[in-house]
Design a protein around this ligand. Sequence first.
Ligand code: F0G
Length: 459
Amino acid sequence: MKKIKQSWAEPYKIKMVELLKMTTVAQRKKALKEAGYNTFLLKSEDVYIDLLTDSGTSAMSDRQWAGMMMGDEAYAGSRNFYHLEDVVKEVYGYKYLIPTHQGRGAENILSKILIKKGDIIPGNMYFTTTRLHQELAGGKFEDVIIDEAHDSESNFPFKGNVDLNKLKSLIKKYGAPKIPYVSMATSVNMAGGQPISMKNLKELRALTKKHHIKIIHDMTRVAENAYFIQQKEKGYADRSIKSIVKEICSLTDGATMSAKKDALVNIGGFLAVNDYDVYEEARNMVVVYEGLHTYGGLAGRDMEAMAIGIKESVADEHIKARIGQVIYLGEKMMQYGVPIVQPIGGHGIFVDAKKFLPHIPQDQFPAQTLAAEMYLDSGVRTMERGVVSAGRKANGDNYYPKLELVRFTIPRRVYTQAHMDVIAESAARVYERRDSIKGMKMVYEPKYLRFFQARFEKL
Ligand code: F0G
């Protein structure tokens, strides 16, 4: 007898829907032109399926919405803060909690406390806001991720791993006292949502312990990382996501969190640490930048939704369906021959625009062009992660990154499998007519983070 496949399915049913506007090609052509061919400048109303980001775009559960009604909007000592504190302790194991309005609020406070001018911050690939706060605090980021992470063709299962030899050379070159902490992200965003293995993290812990260097964990997508450990790492197949998440956190000294991703809320974040002195200073500093230490820029209801969302985010059936959907889309795109980054990561599909549009040179923005063409074809909004995002060097030259990608980021619990079919078919249609697609020129370039507001014209 043939073994019958056991499919995953969503561990929830739909109680409320948000209606979407359907647009015609002519309408999208006009909208795209008005937006200067930059998907960031489109009106959300004109978008059919929005894959710009997985940040703050999740659907909350009935329990989270019920929790919102239980918001205690006291200035000080809100009961929702104490609930959140209990949940962070229980689920992640960190001792002390400082809520912040979102991830970068926590990055700001932590960087100011731990980094001195001239310090070196090694990390497994940069993230835009994280690195900026490290630099603003006087530090210098050094990439210590394994080489495979920069190679869209490498099939290595743990492309988020730290190259310990790269870290050892930095320690040798600068000396451990110049390195306050290693900035370690789970599910490395800029590498395509690629996980770090528990084995690598344990080795990193041993090495940093020897040199009295902290590990600060960017835990924005820790549950998604835990899923890949459960599925791919020896010895973890029978472990729950919850227990893997807790083990990851136990190997680190503190964390910054953008709860807008894993934790299933539309706004919120926190800083969590084990060291009392760091906590004491952060508790003091949060008052300056975010708000009192029992709300950190959030409403009581936001903290309640976050506390409930954190618990839902580490349920095995949730994460299996969440990443199952991402993998479903990726495999479908591969069946159509669309070139994507492999292995498939946790929060989206990253299409290799250099391979998709090989006739368009990088200075004519192949990824930006592809994102515009996707929108034109079907109203699907994606994001450029290539030469436009990389920006310019101090001398004014463009950075030409090795990875020229378009990110199809999947919001959690928002779209159905039928939406995934529409997205894959649209990508396949654009791929079929790829030879006729022309590049673009930039006609307006803002000074900072140009990808948000730059404007283009078709060549
Ligand atoms: N760290 C990582 C890994 C992130 O992906 C983000 C945000 C942050 C920190 C900052 O958190 O936005 O709450 O201040 N990533 C979003 C994205 C913006 O689209 O990937 P934040």
